[in-house]
Design a protein around this ligand. Sequence first.
Ligand code: SF4
Length: 212
Amino acid sequence: MNKAKRTEIFSRLREANPNPTTELNYSNPFELLIAVILSAQATDVGVNKATAKLFPVANTPESILALGVEGLKSYIKTIGLFNSKAENVIKTCRMLIEKHDGEVPDNRKDLEALPGVGRKTANVVLNTAFGQPAMAVDTHIFRVSNRTGIAPGKNVLEVEQRLMRLVPKEFLMDAHHWLILHGRYTCVARKPRCGACIIEDLCEFKEKNDYQ
Ligand code: SF4
């Protein structure tokens, strides 16, 4: 795919949704970090339901740590993998207090050192909480990048690095939100809705359909 096409694709995605953001509910970097840790292999809707009860009671490293693993589990038990997530969140809270004065670090190295925080989670926090250009490549971004030809790659890291190199600068900050939302609602896994897709004429997917 050439640069002009990529620019046009992101121009249209931006026009349709000028201020995209995550669908996870949060009100500060710490809440976002916890929500993203909880969201691995779970839906944003499911995480939002749990955090709507958790955050009014505990939304600081100190207060979540005070809940303890079992106390925290009672709030997040509707979320997949809640046992290991509870352990990780408690360990992360402890580490934030001991090493970062209770603050969420704004750099990749320190973020990835937190239990339960991988490259994708770090990218979401860097981008969404701290306004740094970063691509948190999930299953949706991976699929859309490959199908459309925007940034094809064999694995998520390859797609992430290509996107960082190929997405025009003016779109870098918000690109990952546009791609996630496009993958979640239009370019869905089984039957992409090419008939309703605003970038259909630019997309290089060989098996387009008419589904709306
Ligand atoms: S045309 Fe189809 S395959 Fe291409 S981006 Fe749109 S929905 Fe996805």
